[in-house]
Design a protein around this ligand. Structure first.
Ligand code: BTN
Length: 257
């Protein structure tokens, strides 16, 4: 079947849809290892072992959220892989806005937030060769039509349906998301979208990026608190502490209560 995404990274038409998968990221990493091309897309209606960041699972009930993974083969140093998560966040923001007019928030590096709760998340996984990205999988989970969450997630997660009291068409959201991701990715790869512009755009749609008191959990480094001071030119988060400005390279942040 010809791809509906002519002229995009999804034009290969390698769009693999599943009613149920353990994890679209797992499947995409496997497809990549078997030589699948850039733009291969894995979408599932339900995940039984959706992967979240750290040791977390991603709650992925049937028919309610969007669960997808995009296989990429960018000519990129592994140290620069953060850009993939940042542009994915911008793409989700644009797609949600286009369909619903809701301006969701981005929490560095890859949380999609709405009213301080998680609306979605991005998990970028990499295979590297000599410090270069051999392939990358950008996994995106978005809470669309959930009307409730398990008790342990109620205080942490929300969905478009909960926030707007109506259901949203997941297919249209998926199409908008693929279009916005394609535009972001190709703009970034070609250099038409500069890193400075991506940083500026990320900061402009993230209430967390500046002047917010946060607790930082930087993987491998100690936890600390401070006030966000925007992203640096490599896309890392700057946080002012009593001892000066620190750069957060990985992990994540939480608003101090
Ligand atoms: C996070 O912890 O915030 C990241 C969550 C990423 C979840 C998505 S759902 C589609 C893709 N497949 C996975 O197994 N995980 C990602």
């Amino acid at each position: 079947m010809p791809s509906p995404f002519t002229g995009t990274i999804f034009a290969t038409g390698d769009i693999r849809r599943f009613p149920v998968l353990d994890s679209t990221n797992r499947a995409a990493m496997e497809a990549a290892a078997q030589g699948a091309p850039e733009g291969t897309l894995i979408v599932a209606d339900e995940q039984t072992a959706g992967r979240g960041r750290g040791d977390h699972r991603w709650h992925s009930p049937a028919g309610e959220g969007l669960y997808l993974s995009i296989l990429l083969r960018p000519p990129l140093a592994a140290n620069d892989a953060l850009w993939l998560s940042l542009i994915a966040g911008l793409a989700v923001h644009a797609a949600v806005r286009a369909l619903t007019t809701i301006a969701c928030d981005l929490r560095w590096p890859n949380d999609i937030m709405l009213r301080e709760k998680k609306l979605g998340g991005i998990l970028t996984e990499l295979a590297t060769e000599k410090d270069q990205v051999a392939h990358a999988v950008v996994g995106i989970g978005l809470n669309v039509n959930q009307s409730r969450f398990p008790d342990e997630l109620t205080a942490l997660a929300t969905s478009l349906r909960i926030e707007t009291d109506r259901a949203w068409p997941r297919e249209e959201l998926l199409t908008a998301l693929l279009e916005s991701f394609d535009a972001e990715y190709r703009g970034w790869l070609s250099g038409r979208r500069t890193r400075a512009a991506i940083v500026r755009d990320f900061e402009s749609v993230s209430t967390y990026a500046r002047n917010v008191r946060v607790e930082v959990d930087d993987h491998g480094a100690a936890q600390f608190t401070g006030t966000t001071e925007g992203l640096d030119e490599r896309g890392f988060l700057r946080v002012r502490t009593r001892d000066g400005v620190r750069t957060v390279f990985s992990g994540g942040v939480r608003k101090c209560s």
